[in-house]
Write a protein that binds this ligand. Structure first.
Ligand code: SF4
Ligand code: SF4
Length: 338
């Protein structure tokens, strides 16, 4: 094990041993009830607890042992660093896992490279001037980027993402999992994920910026997550309309793909802009600063995808559409790391 990994694990273990003796924060989130099931913590236990933490920071501001106390208990920081280590440990394929060390730089560079590649390929594979002339009428989008290229690259990117997440989840489960999973536990987990219950901070909300409670981060995460799902639903309904019903894009403003895409794009813009703003004003003390670059790069990537998609939709009858479409598709094909 890398020396830094060992130090991160040692710190998480130290903090959990103090918390397990104290137990003041039991009602705040899923971490503390799970913690009380252990008398000591194996590496797998700590990895699991770190991934239950939603970084709400409630336990930091409530803690009588937080800095400047000599115990220096900072659960959100210790767990954020350990969570990052687990992303690397369970990532697939293993050689790409090292990229987590420079997450922000990698996301930025890969996004820039992919956008450039999409622009160059579009310019090279289409008729001269396609990128700067208006494309209107049925199948206008596909005259800019052929359907086979758009669908092929999207399928590859989606397939890779699903495979990598499944393998990562299986690796995580093998190390941390228990022998039994009940249907009730799965349903509770899905419910908690869709409602972001653990960003509720025990009912009053999280400590988004400082020691005052707020539900802002939870609402912004909802806007971002449901916006993303609405965009995915828009893509699926558009594919169904084009490939099954034989009704090619572009679609009218009040069609299902456009309504879902507009709502999704707005949700993504509101969520990512708000979360970026929160990062600028939040108290940095409980945070793991070295992870900030990756967080911001992911927010910018999602914001860029949503903004270019909304602009391509609004200006689809103009000469700006081909360029905006190429820019919109670039970030979607970029790999990113949570
Ligand atoms: S974070 Fe502090 S107050 Fe909360 S359980 Fe741990 S030691 Fe106790
Ligand atoms: S930061 Fe929030 S989610 Fe994480 S352990 Fe503390 S109270 Fe729980």
């Amino acid at each position: 094990m890398h020396e830094t990994d060992a130090a991160i694990l040692t710190e998480a273990n130290r903090v959990m041993e103090i918390c397990n003796a104290c137990r003041y924060c039991e009602g705040y989130c899923a971490v503390f009830p799970a913690m009380t099931l252990h008398r000591s913590f194996a590496e797998a236990d700590l990895n699991h607890l770190a991934n239950l933490c939603h970084n709400c920071k409630a336990c930091y501001y409530a803690c009588q042992y937080a800095p400047p106390h000599p115990f220096g208990v900072n659960v959100p920081q210790a767990f954020a660093l350990l969570r990052d280590e687990t992303y690397r440990r369970y990532a697939w394929p293993a050689p790409l896992a090292r990229l987590f060390e420079r997450n922000g730089t990698v996301v930025s560079l890969v996004t820039a490279l992919v956008v450039t590649a999409v622009l160059l390929l579009t310019a090279g594979l289409t008729a001269p001037g396609t990128l700067v002339h208006a494309a209107v009428g049925a199948r206008a989008f596909y005259r800019v980027i052929p359907w086979a290229v758009m669908a092929g690259v999207a399928t590859l990117a989606l397939g890779y993402a699903v495979l990598a997440m499944t393998i990562g989840a299986v690796r995580y489960w093998r190390q941390c999992g228990s022998a039994q999973v009940t249907t009730a536990a799965i349903l509770r987990g899905v419910h908690d994920a869709f409602t972001l219950r653990n960003l509720g901070g025990g009912g009053q909300g999280c400590n988004d910026k400082d020691e005052s409670f707020s539900t802002t981060r939870r609402l912004l995460h909802h806007a971002m997550a449901y916006g993303f799902l609405a965009c995915f639903a828009a893509t699926c309904t558009a594919a169904f309309a084009a490939d099954i019903l034989g009704w090619p894009a572009p679609y009218p403003w009040f069609s299902l793909p456009v309504i879902l895409g507009t709502l999704g794009g707005l949700g993504l813009l509101v969520g990512t802009s708000g979360l970026f703003g929160l990062k600028l004003v939040t108290d940095p003390t409980p945070l793991a600063r070295r992870l900030l670059g990756g967080d911001i790069a992911l927010l910018v990537l999602l914001w860029l995808t949503a903004a270019s998609g909304m602009l391509a939709l609004g200006w689809r009858q103009t000469s700006a559409m081909p360029l905006l479409l190429a820019i919109h598709l670039g970030p979607q094909e970029s790999p990113h790391f949570p």
